[in-house]
Ligand binder design. Structure first.
Ligand code: BGC
Ligand code: NOJ
Length: 823
């Protein structure tokens, strides 16, 4: 038992079980895996969309509501006049039993009172654009029960921003059609849409409502919606105002009896079929067929089995048994699951990202790929090409793009001068994972050159060329609007409260330089050189090697502060992240990237930089972004100094950047530090301090409040963060040391000396690798001996095997470091 009164991990079932609904914050899960995605909290709050949380939202949601997650997929139970919800909200009528199980792509809720138990299972079957709410109602009491049930969703007019803001129009356009238990939301179908929303029930229904005013009551809240309390559906048809979907079901249950049925919430596209059955009447053929299929006996169970099997298959690609339970728990299930979520959503829709302002982030998605490329390599390939297509011919990139249109987002534009380099990391990771070098020749144009058909390799070269050609007085890369740290805006100088830090300020002719980008360039150029080596192109490899050496020289000559690497030079050429500054004297991003890029080797600076981080930035909650925190606004540094000390980019534990330091410790071979750092931000370790931490203990959060904050250790912004992918890289490739490479799987662990063994199952290039690592001498790393299916193999690279079966690898750690440079 942990000190968490709200819930616990059920590792065997790969579920997180929540025992009480009043969690410190709503604890979220995601339904769906391909096109239809739903957000679902532990009290059934959230919304559902098709592909794009801004442009194709099926159900309405008011972000930052009171309570936070009000509005969702609700079921009201009227039992003899008492009204309650199995997920507690919105009525919050006390339940005798409540349980929520968040699983992989599904959520189960159980609510019970007065001898009635309602179980609900929410999920989206793989390949369907329908969300199912399988519902089982049981009479657990001694007397017969006459129950009335009311479902409830509020429809969104698809484009979420217009839906929320353009009320003078939206109040007059809402349309629905009803056909038995099927409610069709058809707003705007009459003109330019060929899709509608279907909300139906597989069981016979006894009533319905589609007008929110009729169902809830103009002066009521959802917790006191009038129809569930009066027990009488109105049969209302919405004409404008706010269309909803609600069914009434009357159930008579004898003691011990139960009934199971499902609600279906679907996005239906008519495709090529005629759009109307007759003038003004929507052609519902596709919707009817879907409903018939899902109403077949056993159809919902079969669909759920498929979902379970899909996840078992995905996760079987990487599994570990090791002495640290939190690492195993995260890596085997939740971390990989979160990586898939970031693949689907980037930073678009969570409880803290509305899905309206941002689409897919360029740097974000490239980094996310490092955590999902082993799970869905084909989809990763497409993602890389989509991203590359939003790069401009000069090498810069659209910072974000809209998933539905795949077009760059003009509002934010580009000129974040780290963006393009991340494309090299994702591409190399993809080729190492799959061996598919054909992607390099895949035609992909530049966003500002319609019809151009350059190839992906050209994009990578353009990225390198851009950074080389755009350097400042210290030969270090220019920063543009910002680098990875969106809030380090060295060209902004904003004094106007109403302008964006990200887009204000002219980057033309700017002088501000980033040491972090220099470190990232070192890493990226070395990666590309290694790719050329693999391709047998020594001239290109050498050319990249020279670019690397040149940048390294600049970093070592101008980027060192004495005990750590500088962060940047501001527009005036003054050092940022230097002991000369009273605020923001040391930053982690440049320590992480310079060390990962290979700086500080041979001159002791790499270790010195990490020790400085340890001494000045390491806390029990993780590594702080910088210290001292900014206590006043510095216009020459931008948004970073706008946050109160200890939060967000102003000296919180920004978990994403924390992972780079952890990886750097792996590179330096310190297994105790590597694991300590890993555990310090690991959500599964936060159960004992959950009242402070507050966020879901099964997924990473973007930040944990730093030592300068009012409540250090409080997490914010869970789910959509690059921390997911990078933590996977730290654990899988850094600590466990299982590293995909062009010519095989490299084994280069960095574990605490106290670990005596661990086992990894890794599917790589179609072969299952069962890898047992033994540590008889209590070391951190270095491969002393390795056998593959009993045969001795020199070095630490498991060569590619031609078969498709399983190979058994035994590795003995010890003595001489085999350490090839990480990466
Ligand atoms: C956030 C960043 C975000 C940026 C964009 C900052 O406040 O911390 O994560 O990318 O704003 O506006
Ligand atoms: C979150 C953004 O999504 C990411 O792109 C950025 O690097 C970090 N915040 C740090 O500012």
């Amino acid at each position: 038992m942990t000190g968490n009164p709200y819930g616990e991990f059920d590792d065997a079932r790969r579920e997180y079980v929540i025992h009480r609904p009043d969690t410190p914050l709503p604890w979220l899960n995601y339904l769906g895996q391909d096109e239809l995605i739903g957000l679902c909290t532990n009290t059934a709050g959230g919304f559902t969309f098709w592909r794009d949380a801004r442009l194709r939202r099926l159900t309405r949601y008011r972000h930052n509501n009171v309570p936070l997650d009000l509005g969702g997929r609700y079921l009201y139970v009227n039992d003899g006049g008492t009204v309650w919800n199995p997920g507690w909200k919105p009525t919050k009528t006390p339940l005798e039993r409540y349980e929520c199980r968040h699983g992989l792509g599904y959520t189960r809720l159980v609510g019970a009172r007065d001898g009635v138990e309602v179980k609900q299972l929410f999920f989206v079957p793989p390949g369907e654009t329908a969300e199912l709410w399988q519902t089982t109602v049981t009479n657990t009491g001694a007397a017969a029960k006459d129950l009335r049930l009311y479902s409830y969703v509020e429809f969104c007019f698809y484009e979420a921003l217009n839906d929320m803001t353009n009320l003078q129009r939206t109040y007059s356009i809402g349309e629905v059609e009803v056909e038995g238990p099927a409610i069709y939301h058809t707003t705007e179908y009459r003109e330019r849409r060929s899709h509608y929303t279907l909300f139906a029930c597989t069981r016979e229904t006894q009533g319905f409502d589609t007008s929110r005013d009729a169902f809830v009551g103009v002066h009521n809240g959802l917790h006191e919606a009038s129809v569930p309390f009066t027990g009488a559906s109105q049969g209302s048809i919405a004409h404008g105002w706010n269309p909803i979907g609600s069914h009434e079901l009357r159930l008579r249950l004898e003691p011990g009896a139960s009934e199971t049925f499902a609600f279906v919430l679907a996005y239906v596209d008519q495709g090529e079929e005629p759009r109307f059955e007759r003038p003004g009447v929507v052609n519902k053929a596709t919707g009817r067929r879907l409903l018939e299929r899902l109403a077949e006996p056993g159809a919902v169970d079969t669909a759920f089995d498929e979902l379970r099997a899909m996840w078992d298959g995905l996760l079987s690609r990487f599994q570990v048994e090791c002495p640290e339970p939190s690492l195993g728990r995260m890596l085997n299930t939740w971390n990989q699951y979160q990586c898939m979520t970031t693949f689907n959503l980037s930073r678009s829709a969570s409880l803290y990202e509305t899905g309206i302002g941002r689409g897919m982030g360029f740097r974000d998605s490239n980094q996310d790929l490092l955590g999902f490329v082993h799970l869905v390599p084909d989809r990763a390939r497409q993602r890389i090409l989509d991203l590359a297509a939003t790069q401009l011919a000069d090498g810069t990139c659209y910072h974000q793009y809209q998933p539905l249109t795949k077009k760059g987002n003009a509002e934010i534009g580009g000129d974040f001068y780290d963006d393009h380099l991340w494309l090299i990391l994702s591409t190399c990771a993809y080729v190492k994972e799959t061996g598919d070098t054909s992607i390099l020749a895949a035609p992909v144009g530049y966003a500002d050159r319609p019809g151009s058909r350059d190839d992906l390799l050209h994009h990578l070269e353009t990225s390198i060329a851009y950074t080389l050609a755009n350097r400042g007085a210290h030969s270090l890369p220019l920063i543009g609007h910002a680098d990875w740290n969106d809030c380090l805006n060295l060209n902004c100088f904003s004094t106007e409260p109403d302008e964006s830090f990200q887009t204000t300020g002219d980057v033309e002719g700017s002088a501000a330089e980033s040491v972090m980008i220099a470190g990232l360039f070192l890493y990226a150029s070395r990666e590309l050189a290694a790719l050329y080596r693999h391709l047998g192109r020594p001239d290109d490899e050498e050319r990249l090697g020279r670019a690397y050496d040149e940048m390294l020289a600049a970093v070592e000559e101008h980027g060192w502060d004495g005990d750590w690497y500088l962060r940047a030079f501001d527009a005036e050429g003054r050092a940022v992240g230097s002991h000369e500054r009273d605020e923001g004297a040391i930053f982690i991003e440049s320590q992480g990237w310079c060390v990962l890029g290979g700086a500080g080797v041979g001159n002791g600076r790499a270790r010195k930089a990490l020790e400085s981080v340890h001494e000045r930035l390491y806390t029990e909650h993780g590594v702080l972004l910088h210290q001292p925190a900014f206590t006043r606004y510095h216009p020459e540094l931008g948004e970073i100094s706008s946050y109160p000390p200890g939060y967000k980019e102003n000296a919180s534990v920004f978990c994403h950047a924390h992972t780079w330091i952890d990886l750097a410790w792996c590179l330096l071979g310190d297994g105790d530090r590597a694991l300590d750092y890993y555990l310090s931000i690991c959500p599964a370790t936060k159960e004992d301090r959950i009242e402070t931490y507050r966020n879901e203990p099964y997924v990473y959060s973007q930040m944990i409040a730093g030592r300068d904050a009012a409540v250090p250790g409080e997490a914010r912004n869970s789910w959509l963060t690059g921390t997911a992918a990078w933590s996977f890289v730290v654990a899988a490739q850094g600590i466990l040391g299982v590293q995909p490479d062009y010519d095989g799987l490299r084994i280069d662990p960095c574990v605490p000396p106290s670990w005596d063994r661990f086992h990894v199952t890794r599917r790589f290039r179609g072969v299952v690798h069962e890898i047992t690592v033994l540590n008889p001498n209590g070391v951190c790393g270095g491969v002393r001996a390795m056998t593959v299916d009993g045969r001795r193999v020199p070095g630490n690279l498991i060569p590619l095997s031609t078969g498709t079966g399983t190979i058994h690898v035994e590795v003995v750690l010890g003595a001489e470091q085999a350490a090839e440079a990480f990466g």
